[in-house]
Design a protein around this ligand. Structure first.
Ligand SMILES: Nc1ncnc2c1ncn2[C@@H]1O[C@H](COP(=O)(O)OP(=O)(O)O)[C@@H](O)[C@H]1O
Ligand SMILES: [Mg+2]
Length: 256
């Protein structure tokens, strides 16, 4: 196998007296969708927040393409090619799709020292991203406020692609979506991986996970208790890993 895009080694995170993560080792590869599973409070969101630069780990190290990185803010992680799509999407309702995709990094041209937005170029870029993702959004000038939940996810994904993200993190992207919209977001997620991105997705929906993920990691009480390839496991096993009924998890939890 090739080297991982991102390697997390021995990651621990404490909040005061509470250990949210302990000794988590995970490799993430370009071109794959990796799902994180686990009960509420298992540590999934904390782990992705460490990847996204939102939390500094208490212990452990992150390596990108073999080189240690130290994020002191989400901006640092973004600069390193990590884009995060949180459930509460950070989109501006009253701005257009194109404006949202370019938010904070608009293309500008200076005429006699006066900055002008390169609107046409931005629109064309957004059009081609929408096309590439087959995202079915007809008008990049429409305000984001007029879009459905699934279309908003698509805009957030276009934004990540426009940032040239190498790793896209999605925390419960389909939690608030209807069935048809969920299907679309899952197929967008696959397309991101086909494009060579590494994708980390958190989901409570095991059917969704089996539809979209190449590999699955199960968290329990802040620890990684299992890792499976999709083709080497099934729903039942994953559920037993999450609940702790699986013999591997029982053995692990007896010794620790
Ligand atoms: N900012 C925080 N301050 C204190 N405790 C936190 C914070 N974020 C998460 N936790 C705790 O860390 C543990 C893991 O939470 P979380 O990562 O959100 O789990 P999950 O996403 O798997 O539901 C939980 O016990 C949670 O209460
Ligand atoms: Mg969470």
């Amino acid at each position: 196998m090739t080297d991982p895009l991102l390697r997390a080694t021995g990651i621990g995170k404490r909040f005061g007296g509470l250990t949210a993560l302990a000794d988590v080792n995970i490799d993430i590869y370009a071109g794959e969708v990796l799902a994180l599973l686990g009960d509420n409070g298992a540590g999934k969101s904390t782990f992705v927040k460490v990847l996204a630069g939102a939390y500094a780990p208490t212990r452990g190290e992150l390596l990108i393409e073999g080189k240690p990185v130290n994020f002191s803010s989400p901006k640092d992680a973004a600069t390193a090619g990590i884009a995060t799509i949180f459930q509460e999407l950070a989109l501006s309702e009253n701005l257009s799709i194109a404006e949202n995709v370019f938010l904070g990094r608009e293309l500008k041209r200076s005429v006699l020292g006066i900055p002008f937005l390169r609107r046409r170029e931005m629109r064309e870029r957004v059009d081609s991203l929408i096309d590439e993702l087959d995202a079915h959004i007809s008008d990049p000038n429409a305000p984001v406020g007029s879009l459905s939940g699934g279309q908003r996810q698509a805009v957030a994904i276009c934004r990540a692609l426009n940032l040239n993200a190498k790793l896209v993190i999605m925390d419960e992207p389909t939690a608030a979506l209807a069935v048809a919209e969920t299907r679309k977001v899952l197929s967008l997620t696959r397309r991101l991986a086909q494009r060579g991105c590494a994708v980390v997705i958190i989901s409570h929906n095991i059917s969704d996970v089996f539809e979209v993920a190449d590999r699955m990691v199960v968290f329990r009480r802040g620890r990684k208790v299992a890792e499976r390839r999709r083709d080497a496991t099934d729903h039942e096993e994953i559920v037993s890993l999450i609940t702790g009924a699986h013999p591997d998890v029982r053995a692990l939890e007896k010794t620790s």
